[in-house]
Design a protein around this ligand. Sequence first.
Ligand code: SF4
Ligand code: SF4
Length: 189
Amino acid sequence: MKRIEEMSLWERLYFPEVIRGLTVTGYRFWRNLTVHALHQFGLARDLQASVTVQYPDERAPYPETFRGRHRLTLKEDGTVQCTACFLCATACPAECIYIQAGEYPDNSVEKYPVRYEIDTLRCIYCGFCVEACPCDAIRMDSGTHPGNLGFSRMDFVETKEVLMKRSRELEEKGKEGLYEEYVKPYRHV
Ligand code: SF4
Ligand code: SF4
């Protein structure tokens, strides 16, 4: 995007640009409408018109490599692997990871997250947190989908408990089971 001082006088007037935008939109609208109407009568088959997904009756397929769900990995004893080092939160460009560190009573070296939260409404699913983690404590698996988490803003804040539960779920149901549960409803019906 251009900065204001880089814009020509013509661009700074805005009105011509608004007209230009409306012209492009109007042209696309009428062209698509006409071509779709002609297709209904078996005409102009060689002309392609834009197609939109008729949501919610149809759903766009997610790429196989889509990674839209975080989880915190677990140690063998089922406790959280994370050492609350804050590297993921530092690397996060959306600043959507909140960590509150705590100390183990019997371990003066390692810490653990008392709170670990990801605000998924701010998350851009870039995966930087996964790359930044030095101990493989956070993962985003391919072939999984976050689903609809709720209807209030707080419902979209994933807590440590939610993120740990996902690792247990993956262990119990396997990737196939999770795929059936979370991805299949989002594919074409
Ligand atoms: S995926 Fe990116 S934006 Fe989302 S929590 Fe991780 S680093 Fe932040
Ligand atoms: S998830 Fe990894 S990078 Fe983030 S605080 Fe825990 S150990 Fe550090």
